[in-house]
Ligand binder design. Sequence first.
Ligand SMILES: [Cu+2]
Length: 162
Amino acid sequence: MLLRRSFVAVLALAAATPASAHGPTGHGPSGGRPGDPGQVTRTVEVTATDNAFSLKVLDVRDGETVRFVVRNTGIDPHEFIIGTITEHAEHRRMMKEMIDRQKKDGHVHSMTSMEHEGGVWIEPGKTASFVWIFARTPDLEFACNILGHYEDGMRGEIYFIP
Ligand SMILES: [Cu+2]
């Protein structure tokens, strides 16, 4: 599928851009912030396939520092991103817009505005990790927002233990 391939190429380019370290949309990440690797108290291992996560739901504590290790055993790239339901929806909307624009004018546009520091991009066969300190936030989810993947079920709720 041509559409899917070009889409993935754009995303891969964006993932490799160092500018991804800050929330360019003007607001910081929801649900916490990048954590100190020295403060990790739990490691959560996740396997991504085409198109599902081995992790279905996640219970965390407010202030807990978690290291996520995400392995992609699929054929397609995937992402594992933490954000609110609204943020994920916006992320998907922007990805779609980007593809539509690319289809129209043939140029590869920067995906900077959709990058999020709360997560990783994982190429097929690779493993990626990040450390996150959670802050109590309603409607928090982990998700892959690549076209169609969220809808296929690459998402799960993050619950805060009272
Ligand atoms: Cu995916």
